[in-house]
Design a protein around this ligand. Structure first.
Ligand code: SF4
Length: 337
């Protein structure tokens, strides 16, 4: 039994421990954000997720409330077979315990949905083991970030979001891009399988994707000291473990929809400095107000050249995008480090 979703802030440990396989749609070859739908001024990714649900009524899907487009998309699924879709309310705020309680109550509702799908209530020990396995997989993937080619690493993370732990490793024989290439950060919205060639377009133009901060990139691999990623021993009941899980997701979420979104900038600040990033490509879906609103703030916050690249077209390797990427990378190469 599978549950398809499109948010890294969905509690996959909770789903898996109920005996249901969480499937992050970024890895699916059936998810194709297309240019026709984007031309209507709506986010092609949100549309593709809704289209996936509409064309697979036999599959269970979970959408989140983190943006209006997905929220409205869920409403259009109201006629789908009963009990096959679930709207998970992701709190936008995070600075009070109310957000944690809200997330916890969503976990409770999700549990009922999973049981109705045919799942089972997890034993506390099974949930603990599942949480540990996911934490280890995230840690393993993060450790590979600096040594794996960007495309292989994006694929490895997406595969983890699709299959769960253990984290499959990117090819060890492959090396990251040449050290002479200009390190850049690729930030922004979802980069599903159909759009991974964008990384090659960037790297052919003389840059190296040193930081993948797209939705299902490194940013989605929340981690921390063991005290933060392992359930404390005194959380012995399912309810206490559920609350711990809710707290962990609320406290580690790094995304543009949060208010304030200062954690996104703190995360970027740390990683941009550590990877010596010299330019930013902002991957933005036409119709996504959340990421578009950040373009100027990112320029001001980091003082780096920024290319706003629209994901309105299904093919990131289009001649137009190729030209814009090449011109941007050329300007970076000529700019003093
Ligand atoms: S890219 Fe923006 S509009 Fe599209 S699904 Fe993500 S947050 Fe929503």
């Amino acid at each position: 039994m599978e549950l398809f979703h499109a948010s890294p802030w969905v509690p996959v440990e909770w789903i898996k421990a109920h005996g249901v396989e969480p499937r992050g749609l970024w890895y699916s070859d059936e998810l194709n954000p297309g240019p026709t739908r984007a031309s209507a001024g709506t986010c092609a990714f949100a549309q593709a997720v809704v289209q996936f649900a509409e064309t697979h009524p036999e599959k269970a899907v979970l959408l989140t409330t983190h943006c209006d487009q997905l929220r409205r998309g869920f409403d259009t699924l109201a006629d789908s077979p009963p009990g096959r879709s679930f709207l998970f309310n992701l709190p936008a705020t995070w600075q009070s315990s109310v957000a944690e309680r809200l997330y916890d109550s969503e976990l409770e509702g999700l549990s009922r949905f999973l049981l109705a799908l045919g799942g089972h209530l997890p034993a506390p020990e099974a949930l603990r083991q599942t949480i540990d396995a996911y934490a280890l997989a995230r840690k393993t993937l993060l450790a590979q970030a600096a040594v794996c080619p960007a495309r292989a690493h994006a694929e490895a993370i997406a595969r983890f979001h699709w299959t769960g732990p253990p984290a499959s490793t990117a090819p060890s024989a492959a090396a990251p891009g040449p050290s002479s290439a200009v390190p850049i950060a690729l930030l922004g919205g979802p980069l599903p399988r159909a759009q991974w060639p964008l990384i090659e377009v960037i790297e052919r133009a003389g840059a190296r994707v040193a930081l993948n901060g797209t939705e299902a990139g490194e940013r989605s691999l929340w981690t921390g000291p063991s005290s933060e990623v392992q359930v404390p021993a005194d959380a012995a009941t399912l309810a206490s473990m559920r609350l711990w899980l809710a707290r962990s997701y609320v406290r580690h979420c790094v995304d543009v929809f949060q208010r304030p979104n200062t954690r996104l900038y703190a995360w970027l600040k740390e990683h941009v400095a550590a990877r010596a990033v010299r330019g930013i490509v902002l991957w933005h879906y036409v119709g996504c107000d959340l990421w578009r609103a950040e373009a100027q703030s990112l320029r001001e916050a980091f003082g780096l050249p920024l290319l706003l690249l629209d994901a309105g077209d299904a093919s990131p390797a289009s001649a137009r995008d190729n030209g814009r990427v090449e011109a941007f990378m050329e300007s970076l190469i000529q700019r003093p480090a």
